[in-house]
Unconditional design. Sequence first.
Length: 236
Amino acid sequence: MQLSAVRELGNVRKWRQVLTPLNIISTLPLLFAMLCGGYLSYRYNILLRENRDLVVHTYQVINAIDGLLVRLEDAETGQRGYIITGDASYLAPYERTSVDLPNALAELDRLVVDSHPQLSRIASLRAAVTAKIDELGMTIALRRNQGFDAARSAVITNDGKRTMDEIRAIIGAMTAEEKRLLDNRTADTTKTERLIIGVAFLGGILSLVGRAVAALAVSNYRRRRKTRDENISGRG
């Protein structure tokens, strides 16, 4: 029992030695600087990550748009090759595109779900793409069933060209919108990176100021204590 009390008394004395007014005065400014710097650094790092995610997302949208146009152009090239030669091997891109397009359009829907203007463009794009695939299928069927001249007569009406021009115009508007967003988001990311550098610099300044304040506080504390001790000695 006595041994336990002695240990407890020893611990109390150790804490008293640590938690002296001098130590507290010298620690508080540094602690404040560390807390402020840590919070600002954490906050701006989250913001930086969000901005970078948005930049990556914009690139994903642009790649999806470009991929859709490439599929359609490949399908159209295959259609022309089949009409000219009658060789069914040319139809592979068309057949592949016919299967892939619903998933490609659904992926675009998912990527731009937070953008009403882009969703509106996708609705128009879906209608134009459907018309294009129908036109390709119709001319291919004509070539297969009625021969080259029938397919050629359908192609030279330019219905397919007008539809493809419409598709390119819609895709061009979508791409321009995404590039505008990309420029804004890249600028935001750069700004946030500069803010983080500024926060680090500010943290260094706060640390130096904290040390200076702590040193001044300690100096004042020692001077007051010395004065008090001298007053007590003089009275004695």
